[in-house]
Design a protein around this ligand. Structure first.
Ligand code: ZN
Length: 348
């Protein structure tokens, strides 16, 4: 039997194996606060029943997300505090488990190919990888869409794919150009980093207008926005692990000056939500100046201050949801489609 993290997004440390009980910890790497992301693969455990133990705050309401191919995910739907038990059938030679439903970059490449979207290089990452970006439409006005400023926040990627799939078909694309960076912290996504609260600061705190960016990706996004403008900027994230607002979908209202626009977008989004989507309610939006929402050098703050900007914000989408509003791939994609429809409605 082999338990490992040798795959895109992998993150695990095996502390101890006692008979059929495996003690695991996730790797924080350069994250400066406690965080919860992990993903591992078990090979050669056919016919075994194993119990996996974690530190507190590592497992969601529905247990681990389970996959055989890193593309299709389902919840185990069984969990016992900080551990879960899995019974491997004889033919389950390779099973992936993760904190939440991962979004493999190959999925985005497949999506782009299917829709004849050309992927170009935003820049080289710090580790020399080619960071992908895409452009849709050829209008004068600019919409900038991003996800994975925090590497582990995969629900944002599904929502972003849904947004793009709807915008592709939209008449908006004659007036607007969409510039999209699907994996801002590309190295972190590939390497399975938390990506949140990196030392000295993470990608979504690298938009201080008074300073040059320290990450090549954020520098390239700023350069694009400075040259082409940003009428709308949307950054798709996942919130903290779970509990309270973290079980919902919410807009982070990032300033008082644009409160009317932020509220109008929220109302429009709520009215655009369809039955097959993860639910969103405007009342869950996070008010500026409260709790952890006190401003900072985020993507959305940077774009909001541009003179041509109408509205820019972060959309947070829960990792798990709740029993009657449960996250799955299809609901996340539908939420993205509803978001694109809300944007159309907001503009009109
Ligand atoms: Zn985030």
């Amino acid at each position: 039997m082999r338990i490992h993290s040798d795959f895109t997004g992998g993150n695990i440390c095996v502390k101890q194996i006692n008979n059929d009980t495996v003690y695991l910890e996730n790797q924080l790497r350069d994250t400066t606060e406690d965080w919860f992301y992990w993903a591992f693969c078990v090979e050669g455990a056919g016919n075994k029943q194993l119990t996996f133990h974690f530190q507190p705050n590592r497992l969601g309401y529905f247990g681990p997300a389970v996959s055989y191919d890193l593309k299709n995910w389902h919840w185990l739907d069984k969990v016992n505090d900080d551990c879960f038990t899995y019974t491997f059938s004889a033919d389950e030679s390779k099973v992936y488990f993760a904190h939440s439903m991962l979004y493999h970059p190959d999925r985005f490449y497949d999506f782009a190919k299917e829709h004849s979207i050309c992927i170009t290089e935003l820049c080289k990452s710090k580790k020399g990888r080619s960071v992908p970006c895409v452009k849709l439409g050829n209008g004068d006005k600019s919409i900038i869409l991003t996800a994975r400023h925090h590497a582990c926040e995969s629900t944002g990627s599904y929502v972003l794919e849904g947004v793009l799939s709807e915008l592709l078909k939209s008449e908006l694309m004659t007036d607007y150009t969409v510039f999209c960076v699907p994996f801002v912290d590309f190295d972190g996504v590939i390497d399975g980093d938390q990506g949140k609260s990196r030392r000295p600061y993470d990608h979504n705190r690298d938009y201080n207008p008074e300073m040059a960016s320290i990450y090549p990706e954020t520098a390239a996004i700023r350069e694009y926005a400075d040259e082409n403008g940003c009428v709308f900027g949307f950054d798709f994230h996942s919130p903290w692990h779970r509990g309270r607002e973290n079980d919902t979908v919410f807009i982070v209202q990032n300033c008082f000056e644009k409160l009317d626009s932020l509220n109008r977008f929220g109302e429009t989004l709520e009215n655009s939500i369809t039955d097959d989507s993860l639910k969103y309610e405007h009342k869950n939006d996070y008010p500026f100046g409260t709790g952890w929402n006190k401003g900072g050098n985020q993507f959305a703050a940077y774009m909001t201050k541009k003179p041509e900007n109408d509205v820019a914000f972060t959309l947070e989408t829960a990792y798990f949801g709740s029993e009657n509003n449960k996250v799955n791939e299809q609901r996340l994609l539908s939420l993205g489609k509803c978001f694109a429809n809300a944007l159309k409605e907001y503009i009109s």
